[in-house]
Structure formats: structure tokens, C-alpha cells
Design a protein around this ligand. Sequence first.
Ligand SMILES: [Zn+2]
Length: 315
Amino acid sequence: MTDNAITPSLMHYPWQKAQWQMLDDLAERERLPHALLLAGPEFVGKQQFATALSARLICDFPLAGFACGNCKQCLLFKAGSHPDFLRVEPEDSGKAIRIDPVRELGQFLGKTAMQGGRKVVVINPAEAMNQSAANALLKNLEEPARDTYILLVSHELSRLPATVRSRCRKVTFPLPSHDESSRWLAQVTAKSEGLAELMEYAADRPLLALRFLESDLLQQRQAFEQLLDKVSSGAIKPLSAAEQCVNTPSVMAVDWLYNRVSMAIKSGQLGSEQVMSFRFLDKLVQVKKRLFSTANPNINLLWEELMLDWQHLSR
Ligand SMILES: [Zn+2]
């Protein structure tokens, strides 16, 4: 049966079975909406789901609800060269999706399918579209061409214009349960030691935990947490700490700081500074937006400001 085994990259994760069955069933009955909004926290596998669903829609001979992995369409898809599949992403991660790629998407959807079947576009993450890109997309959402599907992947729905949201069928991807994530992680890594700490750092997001394992991100995060401790205790000056942050991935480190402040609020560590702590959380959300939307943010200045705030809050 190995010849008929489904290619793992064309499958969903174990915790996405319900969403898959629902959409597969709609596709089977030719009732799949033209625009789907796959929404949920980052690192729960929405992107993989979108890829697997695209392949499923493009495949000539789906097998048990999945792309077969062996037909001409699947081979082209797996090689990354299927002419009727388009992925729209920011040029650099964390940057905006501008209008040009969305215009190209419109042209792509307007043409007849090269392979005669369906055409699929994945936009990931959809909230990275700037205002003019989102406006350009509206026309495609309003007047969908036959046999075309637009899959929008979104980690932060609130950053997506309501006009775009309202024209898509939303499918939500909640965080899998702690047990389910842990089980999966133990399985794919063939490890059990240290997984609990890893899952805690990854806030129970299974793919983030995996990424921590595969890269030096875990070390980076530990170093960052220690840096925060040192700033609190006065062992290091905020401005020196800021210098050390410059080489840490900023968007992620802002999340780490957000997490740290939320935990401190919950545990009552910042008791007398409640209002300021919440203001700081708001500020971190704004900082993250700025990091997404500004071409060349001044990272050094940014961290100087955040570290001074953190010192003020936590000492
Ligand atoms: Zn196939």
C-alpha cells in the first residue's frame, strides 16, 4: 500500500480533522465557498492546512479526501511549479504585502486555468496586506471567477479590514489542547525530556515548540528572559540591554515581552503598577503593528524605549 500512502505534506495536522472534514465535504459536493478565511493563533498549522487543501482542490484523483500525491497535478504541485496555484506572501517575513502581488493575483484568477481544473490562491498572512492591497483584493472577493478559490490565512483577524472579512467564510483553528500538542510533539521529535518547558515557552503552540527545537530560538528566548531579569534587578542598564536585543528577531521578542508582562500581571507581581502594565501591553501591540508596517524601523531606539519601560515597571 506504500504507493498509495498520502504524502505527509499534503495532509492536515491531527487536531484539524473537523475543519478538514467540513471543507472536504463541501468540496465533494461542489459547495465550497470561493473565499475561505482560515483564522486562529500563529503556529497551529493553518498554513500547512491551506497548502494541503490547495493540493486537494487541484488534484485530479483525490484519495480518501486528500490529494493523491501521484497524479500529474500533484507532481507539479509538489515541485512548486503548478501553474494554477499561487502563493502571495510578504517579500520579507514581518513586512507588508503590497498592491502589486495582489494585482497579479487578479490577473492570475482572470485567466483560464492552464491545466483545465481549479485555480487556487493562498494569501499568508492576510493581515499583512496594506490598505491598497486589501482594497485591490475586494474585487476578486466580490466577483469570484468560476472554479477559483482564495484561501486567506490569518493569525490576527482584528488587523484584517472588515470589508475583507465579511466576504469570506471564516473557518477557525483554535489552539489544540495541551495534551494533544504534547503528544504530537513527543511523536515527531521522538523525545519526551524537556518537552514540558518547551511547550510552556511556546505558549502551547505546537509548531512554535518544534521551531524552538530545530533552531537556536529556545536559547535566544532564554537569553532574552535572563536579560529581562537583569534589567529588573538592576544588574544591567536598560540601554545596554537594548543593544543586546538588536540581533534578536524583533517581532518575536516583542511577543515574549508581552507574554512576560501578562504573566507578571496575572501572578500579581506588578501589583501597584496595574494600570501602567496594561498601558504597556497596549504599547507592545502598537509596536508590533509598527514593526509590520514600517519598512526600516529603528530597532535600537525601539528596544531602548521598551527596556526603559520594562525597568520602570518591574524593578
Ligand atoms: Zn493527485
